[in-house]
Design a protein around this ligand. Structure first.
Ligand SMILES: [Fe+2]
Length: 165
């Protein structure tokens, strides 16, 4: 009981760290060139897919249940849908293609907007709700570990971990 807030911030901190990581990758992409660009894009897409999977299958259902904000949750789900559409299209293009760059930039803008809504609206409401954060954290971390070990491409782990000690 006393540690409820601690668990809430554990899950929420993890989400915010992921958000920072992915936004950092979109920024790096802007100033990078050639091969480096395609590596950054591939890492960003992988990070987004893992993050979206966690939110869609575990975190959003838990939040939706508690905050009674269907419009907000439905909008977030639609934004995730657009993220997936763009990712699917990006995967069909060569990263050197002009279209890829335009699409990836639009993806970055969408993600930025989406993250802002989550952090400004959804997560503060979730934080005040009666979610069982301890159970949620256990489920999320376990699933995340499985997704990361399954999906992280070789050589990108340095970008994906250790932001601060
Ligand atoms: Fe999200």
């Amino acid at each position: 009981m006393t540690s409820k807030a601690g668990f809430a911030s554990g899950v929420i901190d993890m989400l915010k760290e992921d958000h920072q990581k992915v936004q950092g990758l979109f920024e790096e992409y802007e100033s990078a060139e050639g091969n480096q660009r395609s590596e950054i894009a591939a890492t960003a897409i992988m990070e987004l897919e893992i993050h979206a999977e966690l939110e869609e299958t575990i975190i959003y259902p838990a939040i939706r249940e508690e905050i009674e904000e269907d419009d907000l949750m439905n909008e977030a789900v639609e934004e995730h849908h657009l993220v997936h559409v763009l990712i699917k299209e990006l995967k069909k293009l060569k990263s050197s293609d002009e279209k890829f760059q335009a699409k990836f930039t639009v993806l970055g803008e969408l993600v930025k907007h989406h993250i802002k809504e989550e952090e400004d609206e959804m997560l503060p409401k979730a934080e005040k709700s009666d979610i069982d954060w301890e159970a949620l954290e256990t489920t999320v971390m376990k699933r995340k570990e499985a997704l990361v070990s399954k999906g992280m491409p070789a050589g990108t782990k340095k970008t994906a971990s250790k932001r601060r000690g």
